[in-house]
Ligand binder design. Sequence first.
Ligand code: MN
Length: 201
Amino acid sequence: MAFELPKLPYAYNALEPHIDALTMEIHYSKHHQAYVNNINAAIAGSDTEKLSIEEICKNISKYPMAVRNNGGGHFNHSLFWSVMAPNAGGEPTGELAAAINSAFGSFADFKTQFAAAGATRFGSGWAWLIVKEGKLAVCSSPNQDNPLMDIAEVKGVPILGMDVWEHAYYLKYQNKRPDYIAAFWNVINWNEVTRRFNEAK
Ligand code: MN
């Protein structure tokens, strides 16, 4: 079974004005599609084709770089589209809100840490909110690595991810990554983050 580009659950322009339609179209239909094509080419005809993308990530040290970069790219972007939505943003409620307060002090403190993780990741990479040993933590990863990978500096189950590659924001925000990060809060789909939190904890 080859991996497939998951259906985008909203239109390219649905996250305007925070994320522009052209960025969404290129990011989804070109970048993510290329990760899918390249992971499929990298594992074609091998037993790896029987594994889920999560299983591959968890043992990524056993694979060549093409699997790490493109398999990571496929997992990361599949998560990314799902944790954004139109008419979203705001703050989580219930158990997730309580877990954020317990781990970071307050939602504002969590925002500061998560934004800093994205802003200070040098070059291309991702900022993450993860469940690690039952608790929430913030971390970042380079390139298309993610916290599921056995090579990750900080390991856990990602429940929110923010792409800070320039291709995620450059058309609208140019070099101003912090402005993109500030806008990202307006599109976070906390219902999906909560679903992932409940599954991971
Ligand atoms: Mn990307």
